[in-house]
Each structure stands twice: as C-alpha cells, then as structure tokens.
Design a binder for this molecule. Structure first.
Ligand code: PHE
Length: 349
C-alpha cells in the first residue's frame, strides 16, 4: 500500500467519524459510536491489521498515522461525552429542583388528656413514697363495691352512689374503694399494704358542669401496725405540695364514709388567692379535694386483718376534679369532648 493510499483512508475515517459524532446527542448514541469507531472491530483497527502490506521502512509512519487518528477520534469522543453528561446532569438537577418556599407538611399530633397527666403524676408521686400501683376492675360485684366496705344492702349511704347494676350482684364500680377490699383479701400473708389504685367509676348522675356519669378516681390505702390519722395527714400534705406547689396547705374537716372511722374531707388552700377568698374558692380560701379517713375496723376484719393489731388509712380523690383545679377547667364535659383545640393546651409538667 502506498503512503498516499493509507493517508487518504485514515483521513476519510477521521472525517466520517467526526461527522457522525456531530449528530450524537445522547448516551446511547455515544455507546454506538464507540463500538463502531473505537472498538476492536473498527475500521481503524482493521487498517492497523494491514501493517504487513506496508513496506518495512514505511511501517513506523503508518503506525503513527493510525494511532494519531485514533487519538483524534478519542479526543473528540471524550469531549462529546463530557458535554452530553453535563447536559444530562443539568436536566436532572432542573427536574429535581426543590422549592424551599413551599410550606411543609405538618402532622397534627395529639397531646395527653389532662386526666392522664394527673394519673401519671399521682403514680409518680406515690411510687416515690413507696406505694404500689394496683389495677382494679370496671365491673365489680356488689360484695366488693359495697358490702365489704361496710355498706350493706339497705344502708342509706347507697343513695349517695346511684348505681348502674348489670344484674343483682354485678355492677359498674361506683368507687375505686372496691380495690381496698381486693387488695386486703388477696394479701394472703396479711402483710402491710401501701397502694394506690387509679380507675374509672360510674354513677347514674345527670351530666352537668361538675358531674359526669363516668369519672376517674384514685384510691389510696395504707395498712400496717400503728397507722394513725397523723400518717394520713402527712402523706396527703406531701402529695398536695408536690401536685399543687410548696405553698399549698391542707385542712381536715370531719365527715362520714361507712368504710372509714373517723372520716374526713380534705381541703387544699386556694392557689388563686392564697387563702384570702376569691371566686374560685367561693370566698372561703379552701377547696375540697378528697374524702379520706382511718380504715373502719369492721372493714379490716371483713378483709382478714385483725383490727386489734392493724390499723390503716384510705383516701379517694377525683381525677377530673384535680385536673379542673390544676388547669382551671370550668366544665368537666370539656375533658371528654375530644376537642383538639382544648386538648392541645395541656402539656406535661
Ligand atoms: N370512695 C369515696 C367516694 O367515692 C371516697 C373515699 C375513699 C373516702 C376512701 C374515704 C376513703 O366518695
């Protein structure tokens, strides 16, 4: 082969390759191009195979000419590849552009119902004083809800707790005090008891701003040797200060419950006026928060504890009442209405 022949052939291949490359616009076209012009079976490679037809003294120049042509095509190919990749990246970025000015998607999350905040806090406070947390049951027997608590069938105290009966002996618990009898009877070795029991209670009350046919109570019971009213007062004082603040005082007023003797109502000094008298405490400076007393010896005896050896105190506090006082809620029905605008106002302390 004469030099002018292969020189012509090489420049034709380069020219053709560049023309074809001009029309390549995407990655697929690039791959096809490489397979045709730069791979093993390309025209340039087969031209290189014709080395033996070249006179020996021309071979160096021939080889160099083919290699230069390959470098030329390769350079053009690489430039094109970079341009196509750059364009593809730009398009991708344009498509995936994030509009930071769009408002985000917010999730409306619920908050704890104020009653649960109170129950959790009560459990924490009393657990820190060594009380066990006991679970009661919503459906009770007349025996546990009333009789073991010294309220026989014809007792007038039953009138105070108008009851949802399921049948003659089953009812919806009217008071968490039923848990007192369970705890004492289930304690087979008759060991000392220190427990609180949060739970739902049910009474056939007409619902209004301060009454609900369903409400929460927390029962407390301590049974041991030598337990007196002073222990009750000390325990409740500590609880009130932790729940309502260091400055709060309590006072005990004489009252009556069939299952405690003596019985007391416990008042807390008004947080709003500090005891001077205001609309919140109806001018008295005090707000009633719970019923309590020394466990009636008759109840101890029915539940298997010898009243000559053991004594105890018990108290029962309304959960909604505590929540209403703590958060200044004026209508108990708000607590159950599940209005998210109301519920989101409360947060844990
Ligand atoms: N069970 C009583 C009530 O519901 C409250 C109470 C509990 C009183 C324990 C004394 C002792 O009114």
């Amino acid at each position: 082969m004469e030099p002018k022949d292969y020189e012509q052939q090489i420049s034709n291949i380069v020219l053709k390759a560049r023309l074809v490359l001009d029309d390549v616009n995407d990655l697929e076209g690039l791959t096809n191009f490489r397979n045709t012009y730069l791979a093993k079976k390309s025209e340039l490679s087969s031209l290189m195979g014709k080395m033996k037809e070249i006179p020996a003294e021309e071979r160096g120049a021939f080889g160099k000419a083919v290699n230069d042509a390959r470098a030329n095509i390769e350079n053009a190919f690489n430039e094109k590849k970079e341009a196509i990749e750059h364009k593809a990246l730009k398009e991708k970025l344009k498509k995936e552009r994030i509009d930071l000015t769009l408002p985000g998607r917010t999730h409306a999350s619920g908050k704890m119902n104020p009653c649960w905040i109170i129950i959790d806090e009560m459990c924490d406070i009393f657990a820190s004083m060594g009380f066990d947390i006991v679970e009661g049951r919503d459906v009770e027997t007349d025996h546990f809800n009333f009789e073991l608590l010294n309220v026989p069938k014809d007792h007038p105290a039953r009138d105070m707790q108008d009851t949802f009966y399921i049948d003659d002996s089953l009812l919806l618990r009217t008071q968490t005090s039923a848990a007192q009898a369970h705890t004492m009877l289930e304690n087979e070795e008759k060991k000392p008891i220190k427990m609180i029991c949060p739970g739902k209670c049910f009474r056939r009350d007409d619902d209004d701003a301060t009454h609900s046919h369903q409400f929460g109570q927390i029962e407390g019971l301590v049974v041991d040797k030598g337990i007196s009213l002073a222990d009750l007062k000390g325990t409740l004082e500590l609880f009130v200060k932790k729940m309502f603040g260091e400055k709060r005082e309590i006072r005990l007023r004489s009252s009556f419950f069939p299952f405690t003797e003596p019985s007391v109502e416990v008042d807390v000094s008004c947080a709003k006026c500090g005891g001077k008298g205001c609309n919140m405490c109806k001018g008295t400076g005090w707000i009633e928060i719970l019923g309590a007393g020394e466990v009636n010896p008759e109840v101890l005896r029915m539940c298997g504890y010898d009243p000559a050896v053991y004594s105890g105190f018990a108290f029962g506090v309304g959960v909604e009442r505590l929540a209403m006082l703590r958060y200044g809620i004026d209508d108990i029905r708000r607590i159950y209405a599940n209005d998210i605008r109301f519920l989101k106002d409360f947060s844990e302390k």
